[in-house]
Design a protein around this ligand. Structure first.
Ligand SMILES: [Zn+2]
Ligand SMILES: [Zn+2]
Length: 104
């Protein structure tokens, strides 16, 4: 169980991570990336995603996934949140970092 912590930006108590969902989204939009900046909540989310995908890396198809990676957000999905599990897939850390270079 996570206890609410004050959002780094607006100070409102929240359980989404280090920032409330709104500030996090604003922040990511500013940075132009949904990269791995999810803070404390991220571990829980990635673990759930890995479980959902049975630990199979969605990038290379082999078991033993130890992280979650972001699927490209599709245009026309304005309500898709960065931490939305539907936007995540299980992956190996090494596969995940390798993926960054190429945009398929
Ligand atoms: Zn906030
Ligand atoms: Zn892999």
């Amino acid at each position: 169980m996570r206890l609410p912590v004050p959002c780094l930006d607006c100070g409102a108590p929240q359980t989404a991570g280090s920032r409330c969902v709104r500030c996090r989204r604003a922040n990511e939009r500013k940075r132009g990336t949904t990269a791995q900046r999810f803070g404390p909540g991220w571990g829980t989310i990635s673990r759930e995603v890995i479980e959902r995908d049975n630990g199979v890396c969605q990038l290379c198809g082999l078991p033993g996934a130890d992280t979650a990676h972001h699927l490209e957000p599709r245009r026309g999905q304005p309500q898709a949140r960065p931490a939305d599990k539907a936007m995540l897939a299980a992956a190996h850390r090494r596969c995940n970092s390798r993926k960054g270079a190429r945009t398929a």
